[in-house]
Design a protein around this ligand. Structure first.
Ligand code: HEC
Length: 141
């Protein structure tokens, strides 16, 4: 069978679109599995590089409200924190001290949303999440 140039280029475009769709679906289906991957996702969304010192500032500051992030996670979140209202222990936030941290994108997103709303009074931006995570990654034993 002889294909016209138009048919050929249509088939080529269709194959190309299928590949793009497959790549996009794979990256949605596979959660970022490491803190470094999560950080690069947030930085890419923000379109800027994370600044650890800014993340620390966000974490230890009370944003005109009752709590800071540190109220529950501790100002040095390398140790077990304590929930400011229930008193329940919260495992260390810094990935070097708690290998489960930031290994599940959906979980991290859920808690960023909830806790930023409580502490800052709105959701944190991608840049703010990148800043906080980049600071947490600087904390080493
Ligand atoms: C009132 C207490 C409280 C405050 C204040 C708080 N958190 Fe949390 N945070 C929790 C609890 C409870 C969890 C879930 C339990 C766990 O993961 O150990 C959690 C989990 C998280 C996680 C999930 C991390 C992961 O494992 O992926 C992130 C991210 C987080 N908090 C960020 C913040 C940030 C940023 C702030 C400040 C804007 C903040 N939290 C303030 C209680 C708090």
């Amino acid at each position: 069978m002889k294909l016209s140039p138009l048919a050929k280029s249509l088939i080529q475009s269709a194959v190309f679109l299928l590949i793009v769709a497959a790549v996009a679906l794979t990256s949605v289906a596979v959660h970022a599995a490491t803190p470094a991957e999560l950080l690069s996702n947030y930085s890419a969304q923000a379109g800027s590089l994370a600044v650890p010192a800014r993340g620390q500032q966000l974490f230890i500051t009370r944003h005109g409200r009752e709590w800071s992030c540190a109220s529950c996670h501790g100002a040095v979140p390398t140790q077990t924190g304590k929930h400011a209202s229930t008193g329940k222990p919260i495992n260390a936030m810094a990935p070097a001290f708690n290998p489960e941290r930031f290994t599940d994108a959906a979980k991290s997103e859920k808690w960023f949303r909830r806790n930023c709303n409580d502490v800052v009074g709105r959701e944190c931006s991608a840049a703010e999440k990148a800043d906080v995570l980049s600071w947490l990654l600087t904390l080493k034993p």
